[in-house]
Ligand binder design. Structure first.
Ligand SMILES: Nc1ncnc2c1ncn2[C@@H]1O[C@H](COP(=O)(O)OP(=O)(O)O)[C@@H](O)[C@H]1O
Ligand SMILES: [Mg+2]
Length: 235
């Protein structure tokens, strides 16, 4: 088991938004975290990164308890987090953005090698390497954000709403990239509101509703589940 979350509660001040959530990701797995807007998907990723703390329960990664360890230690452990709305550094070039993804010791040591690999996966980023990130399209910025995450040599890549606002063509490219990443043995945990799309890609899924898990299982089971249909009815 790579990531193992057991029975966590998360509160913003006194306001509880996550209730008794357990979730795990195995090595080489692609897992989707699904749920309507406001159900707590981003909060869970942010909790894994310890951008927000949790009450009760535990979070383990690679068989180590990481619950209270500071956010900046996450990349060194092998967790890369691509935040919602991409968040590349707009006033830095593509290359500078990528280099910043490899700031911890181990990633820095193999930075050139990683860069060559990233350019093979995302050829467009090489041709644009001197361009300011802000001048790239939404799809290119998402590619850059994911590429920057990969520069940290993660075992687990977490991506929050990767497809939001992207054209069907870019979505298709991204899906292929996700598959390639998993083929390299890197696990992916991604957040998505489009259930059909997410379950067509992922091995397994978890469905949140108002901060509680309502169902989880293999993608094939979830696609046909009445619970899933109910949660997303009219979505
Ligand atoms: N910084 C915050 N302070 C207080 N409440 C928040 C904060 N961020 C999110 N929330 C609330 O937590 C709940 C879950 O939000 P979020 O995790 O962003 O959901 P999702 O990503 O599934 O859309 C929502 O009710 C939201 O309003
Ligand atoms: Mg969100």
């Amino acid at each position: 088991m790579l990531l193992d979350i057991k029975n966590i509660d998360v509160l913003y001040d006194d306001f509880q938004v996550i209730w008794d959530v357990s979730l795990n990701v195995e090595a080489g797995e692609m897992v989707a975290l699904l749920g309507p807007n406001g159900s707590g998907k981003s909060t869970i990723l942010n909790t894994i990164s310890n951008l927000i703390g949790h009450r009760n329960g535990s979070i383990s990664f690679d068989d180590r308890l990481i619950s209270n360890q500071p956010t900046h230690t996450r990349t060194g452990m092998g967790i890369s987090h691509v935040l919602e709305r991409r968040r590349v550094f707009p006033h830095l070039t593509v290359l500078q953005n990528l280099q910043l993804g490899a700031w911890h010791e181990k990633a820095k040591a193999s930075r050139e090698e990683s860069l060559a690999k990233i350019y093979r996966i995302f050829p467009k980023l090489e041709t644009r390497s001197d361009q300011l990130a802000s001048t790239m399209s939404g799809g290119e910025q998402q590619m850059l954000a994911i590429a920057r995450g990969l520069m940290g040599l993660p075992k687990l890549l977490m991506v929050d709403e990767p497809f939001l606002g992207l054209s069907p063509m870019v979505v298709k490219d991204l899906i292929q990239i996700f598959r390639n990443v998993v083929d390299e043995g890197i696990s992916i945990l991604f957040v998505e509101q489009n259930v059909r799309l997410a379950l067509s890609m992922a091995d397994r899924g978890y469905v949140l509703e108002s901060g509680r898990l309502v169902i989880s299982g293999d993608s094939a089971e979830l696609v046909d589940s009445d619970t899933v249909k109910k949660v997303f009815l009219g979505d």
